[in-house]
Design a protein. Structure first.
Length: 146
């Protein structure tokens, strides 16, 4: 399931929706990404922008790739957009399988690919002004290992 939304999400409710429907789930891989303050606590906010149709298609493509590589029962990606503040949740990635290895590997794959292939643009606002977040080599290296 893919959700791109402005509103925050409740992790427990989202996970329970999936696990209550399938009693064959033996392992859940889970990642929650949050807005962090940054160096010297100067970040005031982060605004995430996207193009809805393009974003949903790309997230679905990434999700389908994970399902093709690992034996997943289900998966969930929730990604927020709009203005967020330090401590706010940005993204939830959860993968569900019979065994932990598939769930954990698929979750890590989705995180790495979301970071580099999902069409979101991040504008950070601090006391020094606003800057667009640039792609990091470490993120590219993580995605390229797959």
């Amino acid at each position: 399931m893919i959700k791109v939304q402005k509103d925050d999400f409740d992790i427990n409710k989202e996970i329970k929706k999936i696990t209550s429907l399938n009693k064959n789930i033996g392992g859940t891989g889970l990642f929650i990404g949050n807005v962090r303050e940054g160096k010297n606590s100067e970040l005031k906010s982060m605004t995430l922008e996207h193009y809805p149709i393009m974003t949903e298609r790309q997230l679905e493509k990434i999700n389908n790739e994970a399902k093709a590589r690992w034996n997943l029962i289900d998966s969930l990606i929730i990604h927020r957009y709009g203005k967020l503040y330090p401590g706010d949740q940005i993204v939830l990635v959860a993968t569900f399988s019979r065994h932990r290895t598939d769930a954990l590997n698929a979750c890590e794959f989705l995180i790495d690919w979301l970071k580099t292939k999902a069409p979101f643009w991040k504008l950070e606002e601090s006391n020094q002004g606003s800057t667009w977040v640039k792609e990091r080599n470490s993120d590219l290296d993580a995605a390229n290992k797959w």
